[in-house]
Write a protein that binds this ligand. Structure first.
Ligand code: HAM
Length: 432
């Protein structure tokens, strides 16, 4: 087939190749382990949802809903959308399955999300999020638990230079008062605002704080701060959260311009930002959303959570050459099994199964191949030991053991009975 006719992946959607997948698995395992240690349970929701779900929860004025959703009609004419994030689906599933009735929930999820954004480094149209959502707690202690978990994940992964920013958006009365003050201020600088921001002055002025436009940013430098408008309860909750973070020794900065790209938040919002990564520097973001369950038809239930972008996290770990990346690079098999002829091959396959049962990592040569060629492959695989079953060994039911990687003096090749191979190899590996 000519190159022109070759079918390619959809723009902004990536394959995760075997060179990178060990790191992905390791990152997911570290997160899942820490979430589980904190008593969080996994929830899996469908990738397709009814379009209304996102319009009603994320907000019609957000970029996500107004410009970025993959929405289409299915064969029945129902409007469906590929989920752009995991929170709305979790709330929908919780309401539908009665998870919020007189119960509190600590949940986590992982999976692909879809947003039709302009692709660039760290920004894709299909991307993976690992996220957490908690339901039934309105106090900052749960926020501290969640932020502590994220900090633990970053510590275990050896991630560096990633800093926590926090802000409070207050309750709805706070935002109402702030909105009036912000509009009053921005209206005086209307000519300096871009088209999007001018429109948002009437539709959703807080979204303007999220603008990336440099002229708008310059105007925002002297805009009033939402923190001056917090009610007593919201101010107290924000102070309490800071006291928890101090006790946990988690560094943070207060960023009173942080509003996040979704409309469902109240009170605490946060992002972890990696300064070295470039424009898409937010690794993880979240906050409190006490109104969403009720808004989607459930009984009023407070919510708090975050989503972490796995592509960004993996790329930063690779760029930082984190210890976990180096450890995985050394992940060669313990043993390479060389076999010549049909009888030897059957013995080798049985031996591989036995070795795996005893916890070894094994690669077995498949098909024909000369002894020389197979030993070369064994060397290339990075295995510490080659176990060789040639014609003679197959008849005598023994095997030769050749150490390929050694730290000190060379260890001579030896022949043992096949039923002694696993023990011999295990002992040898310990001594290398
Ligand atoms: P978000 O800030 O839209 O929040 O996304 C969370 C994270 O997903 C971002 O910080 C980023 O790392 C990653 N991300 C977002 N868009 C892309 C993209 N196009 N390409 C690559 N990575 C991306 C949410 O989605 C909320 N649901 C978080 C949340 C959960 N809030 C409360 N609970």
């Amino acid at each position: 087939m000519s190159k022109k006719n070759q079918i390619k992946a959809v723009r902004g959607m990536n394959d995760i190749l075997p060179t990178d997948s060990p790191l992905w698995l390791a990152v997911e395992a570290v997160c899942a382990g820490i979430f589980s240690q904190h008593s969080y349970k996994q929830i899996r929701t469908p990738m397709l949802e009814s379009t209304h779900l996102f319009a009603r929860s994320i907000g019609a004025e957000t970029d996500i809903v107004s410009k970025e959703m993959y929405t289409f009609e299915d064969r029945n004419g129902d409007s469906l959308t590929l989920r752009p994030e995991g929170t709305a689906s979790t709330v929908r599933a919780g309401i539908e399955n009665g998870l919020f009735y007189n119960q509190q929930q600590r949940l986590w999820y992982v999976g692909p999300m879809f947003r039709h954004e302009r692709p660039q480094k760290g920004r894709y149209r299909q991307f993976y999020q690992m996220g957490v959502e908690c339901y039934g707690w309105s106090t900052p202690d749960i926020e501290a638990e969640v932020l502590s978990m994220i900090s633990q994940v970053f510590r275990d992964l050896g991630l560096e230079k990633t800093e926590l920013q926090i802000n409070s958006l207050g309750d709805s009365a706070t935002r109402e008062r702030y909105r009036t003050a912000l509009v009053e201020y921005l209206a005086q600088h209307k000519e300096a605002l871009d088209e999007d921001s001018q429109r948002r002055l009437t539709t959703n002025p807080l979204r303007i704080l999220d603008s990336k436009n440099s002229c708008v940013q310059a105007v925002l430098a002297d805009a009033p701060s939402i923190l001056e408008f917090l009610s007593n309860d919201s101010a107290q909750a924000f102070e309490d959260l800071q006291a928890y973070l101090d006790a946990l020794e988690i560094d943070y900065t207060i960023n009173d311009r942080l509003v996040r790209g979704l409309d469902y938040y109240n009170d605490t919002v946060f992002e972890w930002v990696n300064a070295d990564y470039g424009a898409q520097s937010t690794v993880c973001g979240g906050g409190r959303y006490d109104g969403m369950v009720e808004q989607l038809g459930g009984q009023a239930t407070p919510g708090f959570g975050f989503g972490m972008g796995l592509e960004r996290l993996v790329q930063i770990l690779q760029e930082q050459e984190a210890p976990i990346v180096k450890d995985l690079e050394q992940g060669a098999p313990d043993v390479f099994l060389v076999s010549i002829g049909a009888v030897a091959r059957k013995q080798a396959i049985a031996m591989q199964a036995e070795m795996v049962r005893s916890g070894l990592h094994v690669q077995c040569h498949m098909g024909d191949g000369s002894m020389k060629n197979q030993v070369k492959k064994a060397d290339k695989s990075g295995a510490s030991i080659a176990v060789i079953i040639g014609d003679d060994e197959a008849v005598a039911e023994n095997a030769s053991i050749k150490v390929l990687r050694r730290t000190s003096d060379s260890i001579p090749q030896r022949t043992v009975l096949q039923n002694e191979v696993v023990n011999t190899v295990t002992n040898l590996l310990e001594s290398l």
